[in-house]
Ligand binder design. Structure first.
Ligand SMILES: Nc1ncnc2c1ncn2[C@@H]1O[C@H](COP(=O)(O)OP(=O)(O)OP(=O)(O)O)[C@@H](O)[C@H]1O
Ligand SMILES: [Mg+2]
Length: 240
């Protein structure tokens, strides 16, 4: 299935609540396939609304099958932007274009342009690994490394090696992901022994520990119970 949006981005309302406008190709017929909702989050005073991510006439194919068709979309910085639409309409495909995770799918082919901070991420001189350091991702299914809880969060920090206090950064990331209280006395134990919801919050801690410019979350709470979901929603609001 493909969605074929007209160029359209939503604006936050004055009171900071989110708006959602359809951008699906069938929107004109009153039956939108996908919507984009943009909110200001809790720190609206810092929000400038400058476009940070922009796709232009983006189409994605898996083999001969076109999953996305001519998507033109602008996403502002310092906002929470949500993509809403039915299963299979291409939300994950679009997200994976932003940090070139589709490169890892052999059959995937991208046409059109995709800009991050004004640079086309599909230009030949863009290093996808460096790009993914700036644009972190949390997937639908938790995917912790088969390492200790501590090492999962410290992994990217050690690679980054910015001279910071790694213990303190690990603690801070786990606190922001609402996991610290549950794991602070078992940091050396395997991440794989955590519950699914705890593993997902660990993956979020791992992603935010390196302080990415953008955090992509692909239905991060679908494996979580309502309490853990609400913690993640609070975190998303805090990050905005
Ligand atoms: N690796 C792949 N190989 C082939 N086709 C794929 C692949 N990934 C996705 N597709 C197809 O591309 C289309 C869009 O899929 P995508 O996963 O982006 O949808 P989605 O909106 O994220 O759905 P969901 O809400 O179920 O996660 C679907 O038709 C899907 O079958
Ligand atoms: Mg998906």
């Amino acid at each position: 299935m493909a969605f074929e949006p007209e160029s359209e981005t939503t604006e936050p309302t004055d009171d900071g609540t989110s708006t959602a406008d359809p951008v699906g190709g069938s929107a004109a017929s009153g039956d939108p396939e996908i919507s984009v909702a943009t909110g200001t989050g809790s720190s609206s005073s810092t929000a400038s609304g400058r476009t940070v991510i922009e796709s232009r006439d983006l189409s994605v194919y898996y083999g001969e099958t076109r999953a996305l068709q001519d998507i033109t979309l602008e996403i502002p910085e310092k906002r929470v932007t949500a993509m809403i639409g039915p299963s299979g309409c291409g939300k994950s495909t679009f997200l994976r274009c932003i940090n070139r995770m589709n490169d890892l799918i052999e059959s995937a082919r991208v046409e059109g342009e995709f800009y991050f901070e004004g640079k086309n991420v599909y230009d030949d001189d863009v290093d996808p690994v460096a790009l993914r350091r700036r644009i972190g991702m949390v997937f639908q299914q938790p995917n912790p490394f088969p390492k200790s809880i501590y090492d999962n969060v410290a992994y990217g920090l050690r690679i980054q090696d910015d001279g910071g206090d790694i213990d303190a950064q690990v603690e801070q990331a786990l606190k922001r992901a609402a996991l610290w209280d549950e794991v602070n006395d078992q940091l050396d134990e395997s991440a794989l022994d955590l519950s699914g919801g705890q593993q997902q919050r660990l993956c979020i801690a791992r992603a935010i520990a390196v302080d990415p410019d953008v955090l992509l979350m692909d239905e991060p709470a679908s494996a979580l119970d309502p309490i853990a979901t609400s913690k993640i929603e609070d975190l998303i609001e805090e990050l905005a």
